[in-house]
Write a protein that binds this ligand. Sequence first.
Ligand SMILES: Cc1ncc(COP(=O)(O)O)c(C=O)c1O
Length: 371
Amino acid sequence: MAEWTNLSYANVATTSPTAHRISSEWADSLARGGAAEFDGEAEKEGMMPLREAASKLLSCGIDDVCVGSSATELLCSLAWAISPPEGSNVVSSRVAFPSTVYPWARVCESNGAEIRLAGHDDSLYTDPNDILSLIDERTSVVTVSHVEFSNGQRYDLEKLSDAAHSVGALLIVDATQSMGMVPIEAHSTKADAIVSSGYKWLRGTYGAAVGYISPAVVRDLNPGLMGFRSNADLWDLRADRLVLPEDASRFEYTTIHFGAALGLAAAIEELVEIGMEEVWRHDLELVDSLVRGISGMEVEISSPLSEEERSAIVSLRLPSGNSSVDVADRLQSEYSILVTSRSGLLRVSPHIDNSLEDIESLVSALGEILS
Ligand SMILES: Cc1ncc(COP(=O)(O)O)c(C=O)c1O
């Protein structure tokens, strides 16, 4: 089996071995005996380990967490739940990951609401003031990727929340590129909802995602996606009435790959065990080492490096004549190093499984390819 140096957690994690084992064991048990191995009670409780783990990670109540299959799915359900009315607007950034914006664009199109996207400069940098200046009395939602996927820019969520709340709007955060990398205290962000997929910085696998819904708004939200699990007592199967749970679990509406959710729970428990401050320190140490390592090369860093705005995603603009797609391909095929080409940049995104030696290997390989 190939030994990869995965420096691309912004793309897909090398799954936590524990998460992989738990997820595989669940799949094996189902293949052995279906509901004899995973019965109705197990299905009912199937989201709880992940809700518990995420509540520890985000320092919030278990009631404030829901589980879904993907970040995009949870964002779609939220967009229909909030349903920005005719004449209102939704504010985001043009460089945001499409899933951060598309769910709102769909609902806005249906309702006659407007999408407003703050622009960016040549380095894909969005001035946070440009987001703030788009917010007005008609804004119903501000939605951002906490950390931008393309260049790792990180936003001050509290500032955005205050601005949104000052006009009665909600702040909805896509934390897919930050949860598991940046310490997040849900309450301190003042965000109304925070969503993350599981297969990147949280080191789970595909098929599970988590959402935080603030207790201040959860009862006002009628989820956009509904199914048998939407009913508070899920085994009271009657189609002629629906009683939603009072907590965030009202956003859970059907079956999912429970193995992925159980595995993700274990992966998050690992992060909690290490401590998010330590994860963050480690990830930034790797980034600092990369920045030092490439300082002699003709490579430009397209990511903010200030304490307030940086993250463990660093995107590099290569010297002209070098395609980021080709260089990423060569790093993979010749050096077994995984990075990603995004928006014409070479995106490096190391995490806790990486060491300073991994960064040295990348710097050395990049030096050889560019020379
Ligand atoms: C910011 C952001 N949101 C959402 C997604 C997609 O998440 P999911 O596959 O869980 O829908 C990505 C994937 O790259 C992302 O970067």
